[in-house]
Design a protein around this ligand. Sequence first.
Ligand code: FAD
Length: 460
Amino acid sequence: MDKIYKALAEIVGEEFVSNRKEELYIYSRDSGLSEPRFPDYVVMPRTVEEVQKIIQLANKEKIHVVPAGASLSLSGLTIPQKGGIVIDMRRMDRILELNRKGRYVVLEAGVTQGKLQAFLEENAPDLCHSLPEAPPSATVVGNLVIHGQGNLTQAYGFNSSMISGLEVVLPNGEICRIGSCSLSPYWFSIEPLPYLAGLFLGWFGTTGVITKVGLRLYPKKKLRDVELFVLEDPKLVSEVIYRVTHTEMAEDITTVAQPYPLMFQGTIMIGIYLTGDTEEELEFKRRLIWSSLSDLIKAKEGGFMALTPDMKVGLLEKPMSSLTRSADILKGGGFVYCGAIIPIEKFPEALKKLFEIAERNGVTFAHTGRVIGRGHCMMFAFAYPFNRADLESMEKAKRALFDSYVATLEIGGVPWKPGAEEQKLILERMDKNSVELIKRIRELLDPNKIMNPGNWEVEL
Ligand SMILES: Cc1cc2nc3c(=O)[nH]c(=O)nc-3n(C[C@H](O)[C@H](O)[C@H](O)COP(=O)(O)OP(=O)(O)OC[C@H]3O[C@@H](n4cnc5c(N)ncnc54)[C@H](O)[C@@H]3O)c2cc1C
C-alpha cells in the first residue's frame, strides 16, 4: 500500500482518508472557472493533534498540503495547484464555547455559517455574527481567511476584524495560540499584543492551518427592515453612502446595478437595512436616514422605491442575490465575480469599466456591492453568469473576469480573494519591499514550501 496513504490512515483512521479518483474529484475543482487539478489525497482530521501529525508527515515527505473549508471561494483557492494532500477541515465542527456577556464564541475551523447561525438562534437569540451571503455550508474560518464580508461589515469592518483569538498549526507542525487565549483561558481579544493574527489572514492557507477561532458576536435586534434608494447618476452614490453611514442608523448597505429586467436598466439601487427592537426604534432610524437624503429626493435626484412585502422578504434574506438573480438569465447556473475592494468615490469608474468589459466580451453582467466599515471602502462585484454546458459562454465569462481584475487595479482598488493568476497581477504591481517581506515571511514559516503552493508565490 502507498506509504503516505498508510501514514494518513494511521493518523485519522482509514474512513477519513482517500486517494480514490472518484472521491478526489470534488476536491479538484470549485464552482468557479479555475482549471481543475487533482490532489493525491484528501484527509479529514478531527482534532488539532491530527492536523499537527498531518503537517509533520507532509514536512517529512515534502508533500504539499492545502487546507480547505467548503471550497466556495469561487476563485480556486483550494484547488491543489501542485497536487498533494487536501486537508478538509469539516469534521472539526464543534462550537466549544459561548461567552454571552463577553459576546464571543470559540469555534473549531470546520464550523459552517449555517451551524453557527442555528446555534446562536437557539442558545443566544439576542446575539449574532456577521453573516455572509455565501451558502450556509461555507465555513466561518474559510470566510475569515479571505477577509470576507457580512451583514455587520458596514458597522464593524471586514469579518476578519471580528476575530478575538486564533489557534494555528504552523507549517512546521507547532501549535500556536494568538491573542488573549495565548496567556489566559479567555478568548476575548487579539489586541493589545503584537498583532500576530495578520500572519494568517489573507494568506490563503500558505502560512498555517487555523484550527480554532474566537469570534465576536453583536447585539441582534428583534426586527429588520429594508429601504431601497434608487438613483441614476453614479456620481451621487458616494454622497448618498456618506450621508447614510453618517447617521450610523443602518445595519448593512448594499448596491445593485444590472441591465435586466429592463425596468432596472440605467438605475442604481442602494439597499439600506435597518434593525430595531421595536417599531418605534425602526421608525426613528428610518426617519433619520430619509431626512439625510431629503434634498436629493426634492431635487428628484433619487427616491425610495415602494417595496411589496414579498420583495422585502427576499431582500432581507439575501440582500444582494435576491436582486441579481434576475440578471442571471443564462441557462446552466454558472456565476463568477471579481470582488474589487475600492474607495467608494471610485464607484462611477468601476461601473463604467463593468459596462465596457461586458460589452467588449459580449457577456451579460450584474453588479452588487457592500459598504465596508462606515463608508471607509466598499466591495464592488463585477459579476458574470455563464452556462456550464456552453464552452464559449465559459470562455467569455473567464475573459471578462480577468479584465475585471485588471480594471480593479487600474482604478486603484485591491482585488478580493484573487485566484493564483490574479495574485501574480497584484504582486507585479506591489511595492517591491512589501513583496520581499511576503517572501521572507513565507520562507521563515514554511522552509519546505509545503503550504498551498501557487498562492502568494513570489518568484524574484
Ligand atoms: C453564492 C455565493 C455568495 C457569496 N457571498 C459572499 C458574501 O456575501 N460574503 C463573503 O465574504 N463571501 C461570499 N462568498 C464567497 C465564499 O463562499 C465565502 O467567503 C465562504 O465563507 C468561504 O468559505 P469556504 O469554507 O468556502 O472557504 P474555502 O474556499 O474552503 O477556503 C478559502 C481560503 O481559506 C483557506 N482555508 C480554509 N480553511 C482554512 C483553515 N482552517 N486554515 C487555514 N486556511 C484555511 C483555503 O485554503 C482558501 O485559501 C459567496 C460565495 C458564493 C458561492
